[in-house]
Design a protein around this ligand. Structure first.
Ligand code: GCO
Length: 483
């Protein structure tokens, strides 16, 4: 899809790129870092494709200076990264680890020197293993531990950060981690997933309160919201779509914005529903300043009961999408439509669904500043004989989705920024290094970085948005940095 006159962004729109600690840092045994549940999971045979781990990853821990240089040349305003809890509190409790603090302070220094605003996420799935041993997110205590970690971290780094993201995609932590077993800690236990869902949200609410108590920074949460379409008008397919959307979106948006879990989902889960204490939903719905939305692909859902009929229509089962979610979504099944382009992950490409999703959030909840905190695609990239990496499919994907964001803005949705996932090729969780999402190619054996064609395209796109000098230093995101 071509960008055209309607692809216009507000003057102070924030352009960024995103990463996450376990996916890029490596150096898992350095600087006093403790074990995380992802170290354990990745080292368990059979859990991650090819036995890959984050032990070295992109070696960003040692190469962050070079990486910030690449960000600078890319021309981004802001860098979204995550802080590894096990680097800061190796055992998930107690005083902050000075070496961990030194690493992130050095990163912040480097970003500041290049006028790149930090947009840190406090939790992107690397839970300290010692907390994992005590029940992980099934335990309410983990929520209190998280609030304590955040409190200390914001005291230490707070003055240098204008915006915090509490959690990245709590749906993945709770449902892929505890119901589907595809992510750490690898359980397949519905009540455990529901407990994790609740305790993650409680941890978020407590963290918001801790940040508010000691700083004027903005705070929000990043969700991976789904755009779900029923495969047909059949009532069974429609109901399957409603439950899938409820599991992915309403189980998070309702408690955050309405202070209640959705009644239909509570009825579906029945006795498996988490134990709660009075006041929890008040904590969870503490007002936030912005919502982070990660978006990749639409979801097409049908009823398991109707699979044969749907297959006759040309649908096939989307095996890449959490098959054991079946029982948690009333026997809904993810499908692929005939004839749709998909990425190397097998995810369909349909940018207009991002515009619709953003409309839905505004219409069903409220108008809130939104950042697209992740969007991008994996591609079968390779380095050509002349050293270049050509990825026209990624350029088309980004262009299409930027157009979709611009359409949402034009129709009144308050989108403030956009972060490409990802700056670098990196460790793609259960799929190891098999999926490349980066604007920058990483040669894993040597750590060498090669900007792809999409990197140069994004650089030029950002530059073209700002024919006049950009208004650096006055967005809310950078207000705590020196001018
Ligand atoms: C996510 C993740 C990223 C993934 C990306 C592609 O938040 O799901 O933040 O870690 O790598 O989404 O699957």
């Amino acid at each position: 899809m071509a960008t055209n006159a309607t692809t216009v962004f507000p003057r102070n729109f924030v352009w960024g790129a995103a990463t996450a600690s376990y996916q890029i840092e490596g150096a898992v045994d350095e600087g006093g870092r403790g074990l995380s549940i992802w170290d354990t999971f990745a080292r368990t045979p059979g859990k991650v494709l090819n036995g890959d781990t984050g032990d070295i990853a992109c070696d960003h821990y040692h190469r962050f200076g070079e990486d910030v240089g690449l960000m600078r040349e890319l021309g981004i305003d802001s860098y979204r990264f995550s802080i590894a809890w096990p680097r800061m509190q190796p055992e998930g409790k107690g005083e902050l680890n000075p070496d961990g603090l030194r690493f992130y302070s050095a990163l912040l220094d480097r970003l500041e020197s290049q006028q790149i605003t930090p947009f840190p996420t406090l939790y992107h799935w690397d839970l300290p293993q010692s907390l994992g041993d005590q029940g992980g997110w099934t335990s309410r205590e983990t929520s209190y531990r998280f609030a304590d970690y955040v409190d200390k971290l914001v005291d230490a780094l707070g003055p240098r950060v204008g915006q915090w993201i509490t959690l990245n995609e709590p749906w993945c932590s709770a449902w892929l981690g505890y119901a589907v077993g595809q992510h750490a800690p690898g359980l397949t236990d519905l009540p455990a997933a529901l407990a994790a869902n609740h305790h993650l949200l409680l941890a978020h609410g407590l963290a918001v309160q801790a940040i508010r108590a000691s700083s004027t920074a903005e705070v929000g949460i990043t969700l991976n919201l789904a755009h779900v379409t029923p495969a047909s008008e059949d009532p069974l397919d429609r109901q399957a779509a409603i439950f899938t959307e409820g599991n992915a979106n309403r189980m998070f948006l309702d408690p955050l914005f309405r202070g209640a879990y959705p009644a239909d989902m509570m009825e579906l889960y029945g006795e498996a529903t988490a134990e709660m204490e009075e006041g929890d939903l008040g904590v969870i719905s503490t007002t936030i300043d912005f919502l982070g939305v990660n978006y990749y692909a639409p979801a097409i859902v049908g009823s398991r009961e109707r699979l044969t009929e749907l297959q006759a229509l040309g649908y096939c089962v989307d095996t890449g999408r959490a098959p054991n979610l079946l029982d948690t979504t009333a026997r809904a099944i993810h499908l692929k439509r005939p004839g749709f382009t998909s990425t190397q992950m097998g995810w369909e490409v349909e940018p207009a669904t991002l515009t619709e999703l953003l409309h839905n959030v505004r219409d069903q909840y409220r108008s809130i500043p939104i950042y697209i905190t992740e969007n991008g695609m994996s591609n079968a990239d390779y380095v050509r004989h002349n050293g270049s990496v050509l990825d026209p499919a990624r350029i088309a994907y980004l262009e299409g989705h930027l157009h979709a964001v611009a359409e949402a803005i034009a129709s009144g949705v308050d989108v403030r920024g956009y972060y490409v996932w990802s700056l670098l090729d990196n460790f793609e969780w259960a799929l190891g290094y098999s999926q490349r999402f980066g604007l920058i190619w990483v040669d894993y054996p040597t750590g060498e970085r090669t900007p792809k064609a999409s990197y140069y395209w994004y650089r030029d796109f950002i530059a073209a948005q700002a024919p006049l000098p950009r208004d650096r230093g006055v967005t809310s995101a950078t207000m705590t940095l020196p001018a």
